[in-house]
Design a protein around this ligand. Structure first.
Ligand code: CA
Length: 333
């Protein structure tokens, strides 16, 4: 190779490192427009220009990886109408108590707050009647890979291992089930378009040490007030905590309020040093969740919010219910 060519490629690589466009991660698919985690929401996210489409994963009684945000079913399906006798003593319906053949009989719907009976996002897709069903991980991957072929794109997947400790107590091992599926669909090859995410550090470490995987891993960081099992998110947010995360993960997925602490009355964002600290530790930063219909307090509009994260703090990716809105912001830059 000629020296000028080598220099040009090196220049391109440096440029990519410094000015890499943040990736747009469709949070539960294009969930701002269609019921979350359905095949329709994944297809629409693909069409709206997302770079990655997220799949939250829980397990059925017969060990199928189901794309579902909660271990419970009643917020996003009609389970109570179809299987009224199958709630546990706490009144809740658990996906893990159903076989996949039963879960296939459910209709998926927009999220409702079961305590109030009210919709969580009132202006989104109507609740009833809906043609939507739950899907298993393989179905969603087949859809995304098929669309990649027909549109000549390379949209990635972004599975989340949900509540692995709880699943282990129930006798289920999500990671052990996930890896063969990823292998079958080509996602264990170096450079494949995938990130695997989890709130539980112990599970990400297990993927590295027990399963010896080189998958790109993202440590999700919640709020200590959520009382997640065994989690100490505040310590993850320190320089020492981030250095520790860098020993087993490629990046972090913090709550956006852990970066944008607040906004002054005149509209000036008050930012934490988290992104700079994480970058110093060599970690990518993919904050969640950017929603046009749920803005942080005192943020005037969605574009202003996105501008802070893209231009001012330079995150590496954004989880959003509205992928087209982020894509528009990036192409306007
Ligand atoms: Ca998730």
């Amino acid at each position: 190779m000629r020296r000028t060519t080598i220099l040009f490629i090196a220049w391109l690589m440096i440029g990519a490192a410094v000015h890499a466009r943040p990736v747009v991660i469709a949070h539960r698919g294009a969930s701002g427009y269609l019921p979350e985690h359905t095949l329709a929401a994944a297809a629409y996210a693909h069409a709206l220009g997302a770079d990655y489409i997220e799949q939250d994963l829980v397990m059925s009684r017969d060990d199928v990886l189901v794309v579902l945000h909660d271990v419970h079913l009643e917020m996003t399906t009609n389970v109570a109408a179809i299987f009224p006798d199958r709630a546990r003593a706490d009144g809740r319906y658990y996906a893990i108590d159903f076989d996949w053949s039963e879960l296939q009989q459910l209709r998926a719907n927009e999220r409702i707050n079961v305590e109030t009976g009210q919709r969580v996002y009132p202006d989104r897709f109507p609740i009833q009647p809906g043609p939507f069903r739950l899907c298993r991980l393989e179905e969603q991957i087949t859809l995304i890979q098929g669309l990649n072929q027909s549109t000549e794109r390379n949209v990635g997947i972004y599975p989340e291992i949900k509540s692995p400790s709880w699943h282990a107590e129930e006798g289920k091992d999500l990671s052990a089930a996930l890896l063969p599926v990823l292998e079958r669909f080509g996602y264990l090859k170096p450079g494949a378009p995938i990130f695997v995410q989890c709130f539980e550090a112990s599970e990400l470490k297990r993927l590295r040490s027990k399963f010896k995987t080189n998958l790109p891993l993202i440590q999700l960081i919640g709020l200590d007030s959520w009382n997640h099992a065994n989690a100490d998110y505040d310590s993850m947010l320190t320089a020492a905590g981030l250095k520790q995360i860098a020993t087993y993960a490629q990046g972090i997925g913090p709550h956006l309020n852990q970066i944008l602490a607040s906004t002054t009355p005149t509209g000036t964002p008050i930012l934490t040093p988290l992104v700079a600290q994480a970058h110093r530790a060599g970690l990518l930063v993919h904050p969640y969740t950017f929603r046009t219909d749920e803005l942080p307090e005192d943020v005037p509009d969605f574009d202003a919010l996105v501008k802070v994260f893209i231009d001012t703090v330079a995150v590496d990716g954004l989880f959003t219910d509205h992928p087209d809105q982020i894509v528009n912001n990036l192409s306007a830059n």
